[in-house]
Design a binder for this molecule. Structure first.
Ligand SMILES: C[S@@+](CC[C@H](N)C(=O)[O-])C[C@H]1O[C@@H](n2cnc3c(N)ncnc32)[C@H](O)[C@@H]1O
Length: 388
């Protein structure tokens, strides 16, 4: 029987439950939601599958050691003397360190990174008279240090590059949505994968691409070959191939309509290129048109909109209010029968949608505190009938 161990999947605030459901579906055990993370247990095969198949995870960490430290010296001493670093890396391997610090004693994550690097370097120097090199960009091994007050956890980062970098988006507009967040929106909206899907302000196409992958059960990181674990000493190439094959077998051919639009011609060109890179051109149609000029084409459908937030300039508020009012008007006039979800950080502009919110989910888009609001569009709905 394969050895099972604890893992931590990191995600965005507000997506913990969604990620927990994904983990359940993959067969993870002892799932527990934490703040911006979910802990669970499983074996190496599950770890590989999590990196390949989880849509809302950012990293999969494997905790190695948890220890108490009340001073910087105690922190250094543990890492220098109690960890056998040769279990994870050779002298010639390069490494990087991520640190997340939430403590009144240790206040600088940069300093913690330095101390960890010193402990590793001193450990190797004492043993081999030489030290391994740091490579922040493209390391063989990434360690993660998490400090909560005096409790320190050293983990291996099995993902390496963040999992939201799926590899299909090399060109983006100025405000592209994170890929894992985009997938999270679609999962939160609980799309049945049968009714048509529309993102009328698609920018670089992130939501559309994630929707097409969800509709066809395509693993989100199918384009990626490199993960943290593929560089580990215990990397099992045969098992990895089997995990990939298993994910491939789950793919379906879903004829559901997935459509995107954007008012900007250059963004539509970028979206088309990204969609092509994701090998999804046959699943998604995009068009250059403003939302206000469109009409629903079906009896029902799911619309997800990530409109401009107008956060940067105070002067923009009025313009953004008008845009949101037009979005609301277009939805209720031309999209009855549809369900719409809008992600925005602009509470003032949200009021101008003029439709009753049937669900509100609080999410972060980067540092922006956002709401993801649901609107159910009934036949003959009028603005006056709705409370704002
Ligand atoms: C926040 S960005 C969307 C980013 C997108 N989710 C991505 O991942 O790239 C908002 C988009 O709305 C588009 N837009 C603004 N007003 C529009 C309108 N009236 N109709 C259609 N698109 C519009 C902009 O061109 C921009 O691409």
């Amino acid at each position: 029987m394969e050895v099972t161990f604890k893992m931590i999947a990191k995600t965005f605030a507000g997506l913990e439950e969604t990620l927990a459901k994904e983990l359940q579906a993959l067969g993870a055990k002892n799932i527990e939601t934490l703040k911006r993370a979910v802990s669970f247990e499983g074996d190496k095969e599950l770890m590989y599958a999590c990196n390949l198949e989880l849509r809302t995870a950012l990293r999969i960490l494997v905790p190695l050691d948890t220890f108490q430290a009340k001073t910087e010296d105690e922190f250094y001493d543990f890492l220098r003397n109690q960890v056998d670093w040769t279990k994870y890396m050779d002298l010639m391997d390069t490494f990087a360190i991520d640190a997340v610090v939430n403590s009144t004693i240790f206040t600088h994550s940069q300093y913690i990174r330095h101390k960890t690097k010193d402990a590793i370097a001193d450990f190797f120097k004492a043993k081999f008279r030489r030290r391994p090199n740091v490579n922040a960009e493209n390391p063989h091994i990434t360690y993660n240090i998490h400090i909560s007050e005096t409790e320190c956890t050293l983990s291996l980062d099995s993902s390496g590059e963040v999992l939201s970098r799926r590899g299909y988006r090399t060109e983006a507009n100025t405000a592209p949505l994170n890929e894992a967040l985009a997938a999270g929106l679609i999962l939160l909206a609980d799309w049945d994968k049968e009714t048509s899907f529309l993102d009328p302000m698609c920018g670089s196409g992130t939501i559309l691409i994630e929707a097409a992958m969800i509709a066809n059960n395509i693993a989100p990181n199918t384009l990626r070959n490199k993960f943290g674990f593929t560089q580990w000493k215990d990397f099992d190439r045969k098992l990895w191939r089997a995990v990939r094959r298993n994910a491939k077998r789950k793919e379906t051919k879903n004829p559901v309509e997935i459509m995107g639009a954007d008012v900007s011609e250059p963004f539509i060109k970028i979206a088309e290129k990204n969609i092509e890179r994701a090998n999804l051109s046959h699943c998604i149609d995009v068009d250059q048109i403003s939302f206000q000029q469109t009409e629903g084409f079906d009896e029902k459908g799911l619309i997800i909109i990530n409109p401009p937030y107008g956060e940067r300039l105070i002067d923009e508020q009025e313009e953004v209010n008008d845009l949101y009012e037009e979005i609301g008007d277009t939805l209720k006039t031309y999209y009855s029968g549809y369900e719409a979800w809008i992600l925005s950080s602009n509470d003032e502009a949200f009021k101008h949608i003029g439709l009753k919110t049937s669900q509100k989910v609080s999410l972060y888009n980067g540092s922006l505190d956002c709401n993801f609001n649901q609107y159910e569009l009934y036949e003959g709905s009028k603005k006056e009938e709705y409370e704002v």
